[in-house]
Structure formats: C-alpha cells, structure tokens
Design a protein around this ligand. Structure first.
Ligand code: RFL
Ligand code: PHB
Length: 394
C-alpha cells in the first residue's frame, strides 16, 4: 500500500480537474490529480470547441493561453439559418465588444497537461477502482490502484471533477442530493472533416428535416453536426449519406454550403440537462460535468466547468491563506446561479433549433416565428448574444 498526503485530491483530468490543479498551483496549494483513462485517450477525445471570452481571458491571465492566442479563432458573431437564408448575430456590437473563440477542448487539455508537467506535481493516468470516502470528516480519503498497487491519498478536500459517469457523485448518499434532470428526444451525429471551413463563423440551422450545425477546429478542419435520434445507429450512416443530409439541411438560397472532405471522425451523442444540488458535501466539492450537464446547443459545458473551478480555487485559497471558510460555504450557491442561467439558455437554443417529431407542424411554425423574432428584434438578438458570450467570471 502506497500512502500519499496532499492538500486537495482531484478526481478526473478533464478541463475541470486540470484547470483546478493549475489554479491551485498558482496559489501555492498542493494537489494530486488522478484519471482513470489513458493520457492519449483524454487528449484525443473530440468534444467542445467554443470558449467564452471569460474562459479565454482566464487562460491568458494564468499563463496557459500562449498557443490559444496564436491558434484560437476569434469570432465576433454567429449565424442563424432557416428557410434557406443565413442571418448574422453580431456579438461584438451587441455586447460591447465581447466575442467567442474556437479552440478545441483537446487543445485546452493539452495546454493544461503541459503546464502541469512543468510544475512536477502528480498527475496519474490509468488508475483503477477509484473510491472516495470519509468526506464527512476533516480528512477525506481517496483509494485507487495504479499499475497493480493499492494507493491511498489522505487530503483536506476532494474535488470531484470526474464528469457525468464518475464515482464522486454516486458516492454521496442519494438522500442528501437533489437531482434535476431532463432528457431530450434527439441526439447529435458529429463529424470532423478534413476540409477548409467555408464560413468564418458558426452556422446554426433549423431545417424541416432537423437541426444542423456548422463549426470548425482550424483553417483545414470543419466540424459538423446533424440532429438524429438519441440512440442513432452510426452503422446506418455511410459517409455519403452524412454529406447528402448535411447538404440538404444547409441548402441556402445564396449557394453557401460546407466544403466536403474526408471524414476523420464520427460519433453520436445524446442530449440531456442535469443539475445536482448542492454541489458540496462536507469536504467533497463537485465541479464541471460531475455536477451538471447541458445540451451542447448553447456551447456552455466546458465554460461552466472552468467557471466552477475558478470559484473553487479562490475559496480554497481563502481557506489556506486566511484560515476562513466563507467562500467554501457559498461555493455551491455561487456556481448554481451561473449553471441555471446556462441551463435556461441551452434549453432555449435547443428547443428553438431542433425539430420535434410530433408531426403537427405547430412547433415548427412557432420555431420559425421565434427565429424571425430573434433576427429582427434588437432586444431579442441582444438577449441571445449576451447569453452566448457568457456572464463575466466573478
Ligand atoms: P470531463 O471532460 O468529462 O472530464 C472528466 C474526467 O474524469 C475522468 N473520470 C475519472 N477519473 C478518475 N476516476 C474515475 N472514477 C473517473 N471517472 C471519470 C474521465 O475519464 C474524464 O477525463 O468533464 P469536465 O472536466 O467537467 O469537462 C466538461 C466538458 O468536457 C463538457 O462539458 C464539454 O465537452 C461539453 N461540450 C461543450 N462545452 C462547451 O463549453 N462548448 C462547446 O462547444 C461544447 N460542445 C460538448 C460539445 C460536449 C459534447 N459531447 C461529446 C458531450 C459538443 C459535444 C458533442
Ligand atoms: C463545436 O465546435 O464542437 C461546437 C460548437 C458549438 C456548439 C457545440 C459544439 O454549440
């Protein structure tokens, strides 16, 4: 048995866990990060692409934004497409100069891993059988196996940053949690294509056949999504069928289309909204997807994870530097304010842009009216823009 002692034990090396480790290091606080997947798997996983201004600013301020500054693609707006036409929502003009940046989640993760390696603080991959206990006592315990050996970490606090399928949240007695949940009756089929983006901005499209999203990762890689069934069988989709469906849904009267290219990756994701309250149990603090999930239409998941750990790192810094726990006490409430705002926005974007299968046509006409309102009313487009670029980080 290997026994280790640290101040903060972090479970999960996604954006939440790695960013927390980085922020704590800058405050002089010791941590150990454990991850049950392989390093390559975590880096290769294709996920989010949109960073809010606050996330970008935090990366730059804390010294992990150098490559982001060089390679991130700054976007001053997005486009909404319906009935064959695209309409621009100008974020910069509507929000006093705020914008979003396209930079893959895996790039964020790579930059944070590089920063962690420089600190020489521990980051263990491929750990097995993780169990978190004693978080109701002053000395929580994390147990796991690494290369066949049992390990125990005694710490002051545990950060549950282990995503939606982790062990931290299920380790809390159900009677002490309130879980709010909504499943959506659709999923996204996503592809990465080796093709130059044919638009400088994202295009969110509602078509009679369903939602489609045009995004990108770099000047040579386009990212595209199609609304599908939540349990869609990818095997039924040949590359040709995916392109045919995309071209149909992005059929614009000005002739605009995504560029085609070799499909490098494809996957299907279901969509749900989840919020766990409270986000703290004794000395266990949940952050990121471990505490909440949003449907991806609002592009908020990773940004929420970063916002949570920023609040948590400040609270822990106050505890260690001033011996005070008031920011730890208010951690959950402060995070949940932003989380529920993001849930509302993500739900609204999802319901406005996806085709329900009720077949009556009422919802579709209502959605077109809503989109028409958003592109013609300055108040409505400002509301979308403000929520999309995100609340300033507190
Ligand atoms: P993660 O990234 O899931 O990381 C959790 C980590 O914990 C590990 N883990 C464990 N480690 C140790 N022991 C255990 N028992 C463990 N169990 C699990 C996991 O292997 C993993 O490495 O959660 P985190 O850090 O909270 O980050 C959240 C984000 O990953 C997520 O919210 C976003 O990807 C959501 N998302 C988007 N967010 C945005 O901000 N902007 C976007 O444009 C955006 N687009 C998306 C998205 C998510 C998508 N999918 C695939 C769900 C688009 C898609 C399609
Ligand atoms: C992405 O580029 O992967 C992306 C962009 C916008 C979203 C979701 C995902 O709303």
């Amino acid at each position: 048995m290997t026994r280790i002692r640290t101040q903060v034990g972090i479970v999960g090396a996604g954006p939440a866990g790695l960013f927390l480790g980085h922020l704590l290091h800058l405050e002089g606080i010791d941590s150990i990060i454990i991850e049950n997947r392989a390093r390559e798997y975590v880096i290769e996983r294709v996920r989010a692409g949109v960073l809010e201004q606050g996330t970008v600013d935090l990366m730059i301020e804390t010294g992990v934004g150098e490559r982001l500054r060089r390679e991130g693609m700054r976007h001053g707006g997005v486009q909404l497409a319906f009935q064959g036409r695209r309409h621009r929502i100008d974020f910069e003009e509507l929000t006093g100069g705020r914008s979003i940046t396209i930079y893959g989640q895996n790039e964020v993760v790579k930059d944070l891993i590089a920063a962690r390696c420089v600190t020489e603080r521990p980051l263990y991959y491929d750990v097995e059988d993780v169990a978190v206990t004693d978080f109701d006592t002053p000395k929580p315990l994390i147990r796991f196996r690494l290369t066949g050996k049992e390990h125990e970490i005694r710490c002051d606090f545990v950060a549950g940053c282990d995503g939606s399928h982790g062990v931290c949240r299920p380790g809390i007695p159900a009677s002490r949690l309130c879980v709010y949940e909504r499943e959506y009756p659709f999923g996204w089929l996503g592809i990465l294509a080796r093709a130059a983006p044919s638009s400088d901005e994202l295009v969110y499209a509602l078509h009679e056949r369903g939602f489609a999203l045009f995004s990108m990762r770099s000047p040579t890689v386009t990212r595209l999504y199609l609304q599908c069934a939540p349990d869609e069988d990818l095997g039924r989709w040949s590359d040709e069928a995916i392109w045919a469906e995309l071209m149909e849904r992005f059929n614009m009267s000005d002739g605009w289309r995504p560029n085609r290219g070799e499909i490098a990756q494809k996957s299907v994701t279901g969509m749900r909204s989840v919020v766990v309250e409270p986000m703290r149990h004794g000395r266990l603090f949940l952050a990121g997807d471990a505490a909440h999930i949003v449907p991806p239409t609002g592009a908020k998941g990773m940004n929420l994870a970063v916002a949570d750990v920023r609040i948590l790192s400040r609270a822990l810094a106050q505890y260690y530097q001033q011996g005070r726990g008031d920011l730890l006490e208010t951690y959950s409430d402060r995070c949940l304010l932003r989380v529920w705002r993001a849930q509302r926005f993500s739900w609204w974007m999802t319901s406005m842009l996806h085709r329900s299968r009720d077949g009556s046509g009422f919802d579709y006409r209502r959605q077109i009216a809503e989109l028409d309102y958003v592109i013609t009313s300055r108040a409505a487009m400002t509301s979308l823009a403000e929520s999309y670029v995100g609340m300033a980080l507190g």
